[in-house]
Design a protein around this ligand. Sequence first.
Ligand SMILES: [Zn+2]
Length: 359
Amino acid sequence: MRKLWTPLLCVLACGGEGPAASDGTTTGSTTTTTTTGTATTEGDATTTTADPGTTTSTPSTSDDSTTGSTTGSTTGATTVSTTDATTGVQECAGELPAHWIDGIDCGSEPQVQVHQYSADTWILRQSLCTSFEGPFMMLLFGSERALLLDTGDGGIPIDDIVHGLVDDWSQAHGGAPIELVVGNTHAHGDHVAGNDLFVGDANTSIVGVGEAAVRQFFGIDGWPEQIVQYDLGGRVLDIVPLPGHEKAHIAVYDPATGVVFTGDTLYPGRLYIKDFPAYVASIGRLVDHLADKEVCRVLGAHIEMTNTPGDDFEFMQPSHPDEHPLELELAHLLELRDAVEAMQEPVLEVHDDFIVYPL
Ligand SMILES: [Zn+2]
């Protein structure tokens, strides 16, 4: 069933950086590709030279250069979004690249694209040339530790890349080493394959794979109803149990950026559901938890849709021409909740920006 739906909330929540971003309307991002050197970061304004095998993009200075003042919506010391006083349009503070690597040119495409989303947030994408899954990985910094969410599908030097980013961040913030915490949105192989590369590394902790390990690490006694907070140092994340796609799945809500990281539970693609009742309950709990929060974007771990509404790439397709943007909005989460709650029994249901796909 095709559900015709217009993402009106996107206009309210995220200005011009919604699903239309991939058509070239995204501004303020630059992409630099080099073949040698080491990444260096200087405060928020970054001059970045990528390690071999990576593409690095960084946000430029604010693109709010139009007339009219802006008002900020802040959580703690961080601005989540700004509202242009002239247009009334709200824009999320974080920036997404104009283009993700998409497997179309494996001769020149790096193994991992490294994108700086905000001053303390990086998004990494594994090349489709190395895995048809093309998973995304997130790196979030606080003053005391950094959390890596997912390690990819293997065959990439994710440890070297992430340690490089952590070292650069530390040097740009006084030089003291900080802890790297390696965790996962869930236990599937395309998200945990790189975990072992971090074993034994200095200043590195690994959450562990599976429900028991996740519960123990984050101190979740009442799985899956209990939502806990995890402090990176001045940046407190909400860890939300989210079984359904996989029983150890979590979502992470970051008040500092207003981003909900949803792994494989919600992304522009086929939402494989293993345990349907658990999935429906999880989505409901996540929506309820976010009811009084500011949600600027919903970022999952894959892209499997094209820019044509309701159209997905073939399973295992090695390249993604005309790929849907990564970012979704709170409205998509609400649309997903309404869809699965309305089902009398689990059925495949095609929506414009995702496909409900019970197994
Ligand atoms: Zn996955």
